[in-house]
Ligand binder design. Sequence first.
Ligand code: PGA
Length: 233
Amino acid sequence: MTLIAGNWKMYKGPAEAAAFCRELRQADLPADVDVVVCPSFTSLAEAVQALAGTEIGVFAQNCHWAAEGAFTGEVSAPMLQELGVYGTLVGHSERRQWFGETDELVARRVHACLEAGLHVIACVGETEEEREAGATHKVLRRQVASLEADDNLVIAYEPIWAIGTGRTATPEMAEEAHQSIKELIDVPMLYGGSVKPENAAELLAQPSIDGALVGGASLDVASFAAICGAAVS
Ligand code: PGA
């Protein structure tokens, strides 16, 4: 399995999302690579509509653990499924850093989303200070400790110091982190953090890297399609 997921973060409203997806439909994407886009909540319906009848999946960027309830500002799995959304990111480092997501909340979201039938990309990764202190493995172990393997679960390793910084982990660093996580939980693993068309092939050639979670470089159809293409070469 090779999966390339584009995390749009808080970019692209409904009109831009629809235009992007219409263009992506026309792009030359490899048949044996699973391709997913993760628009913001307001753009999900347009993305689903614009990609209808294609193999390209639409994922949300977050999802609550309850099916419904008094949780102002949150969105549930059944609400996403009603729109035709196929899966969701959970525990992205920006959620952890800015919105108080803890390992426990992440695990709750992951578990409930899987139960509801959504596919899940759960994100983990260490900060620069943690890496420098030699704590990378300890942090990754803690982050995956509350997750259980599931056919619909994928883990994305995203070292926080590599996200949006242009500083990619070396293929060897990423491979080592992936191997250490796979010893704990046997699920496919994506690398994320400044993945670009120029570095994607080398990263994706590593045996324990099963795909990529792409932020900035997924916002442009040509560069996103080039990364999907690099997954087979
Ligand atoms: P980046 O973001 O590719 O812009 O570094 C990756 C992510 O945050 O998922």
